[in-house]
Design a binder for this molecule. Structure first.
Ligand SMILES: C[S@@+](CC[C@H](N)C(=O)[O-])C[C@H]1O[C@@H](n2cnc3c(N)ncnc32)[C@H](O)[C@@H]1O
Length: 303
């Protein structure tokens, strides 16, 4: 994927990335929301037949096709607005199909397409994206704040100190900027992070990531994995997703070396109660930090 047209459109996509989920309903925001299809418009004007054929091929075959890249941006935008949105592979596929359809329609238009044709295309594409957002958010689009915390706060909440943290460390849901991971590394502690909003090697979904076995001295998860585990456990329709969290939790416990510790916040007492204490030493704690009560737990592997 190298067409300058698409590159330029991707850069412009940052304008709508500032929108809140709740803003996509009003007229002004709809226009901004439809900005990504600018690339469609320019593609129609500038792409010759050979280029058009190449783009169609790419769309089917490549994970870095224009629609795959725009889908990735769109998914990231959704997750930044609300990290709890269910963006499973099927939903991602639906988003990419929407971009594919818009793109194919643009490529089918020839250079004599009228302004009305183009406006219609952009409007339809914007509407398709909007109705996807309505489906994904269950009709109640609303931003849910998901902050990144300073390393000092994360360590304090987790009941850890720089002197007590042993590497290698795996930080689950480390945040887009992996602040704790970088902080630990700068003090010479081997540390790795995973987050589905991160780039490169750190990008992973914590439900499918393989942490290995007997590998980590410390695993941390501050306002991330267990926050979501609680969310799914307490849902009225808790089911497969809550079980997937329980299974992943056990994978992370067995990824600890013997004597290693999983430190996370918030606590998950409904799950901790099930762990045999002769095998897993669980130490739940409640602290008041900056006037807010936070719960966290450290589980140490004993066998
Ligand atoms: C509230 S932030 C906390 C980040 C960091 N631990 C901190 O305290 O600064 C939660 C993070 O979990 C990540 N996250 C949410 N669901 C995830 C998933 N299924 N797999 C990986 N990361 C996920 C989000 O992208 C977000 O960066």
């Amino acid at each position: 994927m190298s067409t300058p047209v698409v590159q330029a459109a991707l850069r412009r996509a940052t304008e709508w990335e500032r929108l809140a989920l709740s803003e996509i309903g009003d007229g002004q925001a709809v226009a901004a929301f439809a900005i990504p299809p600018t690339y469609l418009l320019e593609a129609v004007r500038s792409v010759d037949e050979a280029e058009s054929a190449r783009l169609r091929r790419e769309m089917r075959e490549r994970s870095d096709s224009p629609s795959a890249l725009l889908t990735d941006r769109f998914v990231r935008w959704l997750l930044r607005r609300n990290q709890f949105l269910p963006l499973d592979p099927r939903t991602r596929r639906r988003i990419q199909d929407t971009y594919d359809r818009g793109f194919l329609r643009a490529l089918r238009l020839h250079e004599h397409a009228t302004r009305r044709d183009l406006a219609g295309l952009i409007e339809d594409h914007g509407n398709a994206l909007r109705s996807l957002v309505t489906d994904i958010t269950g009709g109640a689009p609303r931003d849910v704040v998901s902050g990144e915390y300073s390393p000092a706060t994360q360590l304090a909440v987790l009941g850890l100190t720089m002197a007590s943290v042993r590497g290698p460390v795996l930080d689950i849901g480390s945040g887009e900027h992996a602040l704790l991971v970088h902080h630990l590394r700068s003090a010479g502690v081997e540390a790795h992070g995973i987050d589905h909003l991160a780039d490169g090697a750190m990008q992973a979904d914590w439900l499918t990531f393989d942490p290995g076995r007997n590998r980590w001295a410390t695993i941390t998860a501050h306002h991330s994995f267990t926050l979501h585990f609680r969310h799914h456990h307490h849902r009225a329709d808790a089911g497969d997703t809550a079980s997937a969290y329980a299974e992943a939790f056990m994978r992370y416990l067995f990824a600890l070396e013997v004597g290693g510790t999983f430190a996370y916040a918030p606590a998950v007492p409904f799950f901790e109660a099930l762990l045999p204490p002769d095998r897993w030493l669980a130490r739940p704690t409640a602290r008041i930090l900056n006037g807010v009560t936070t719960t966290s737990t450290q589980i140490t592997r004993r066998y």
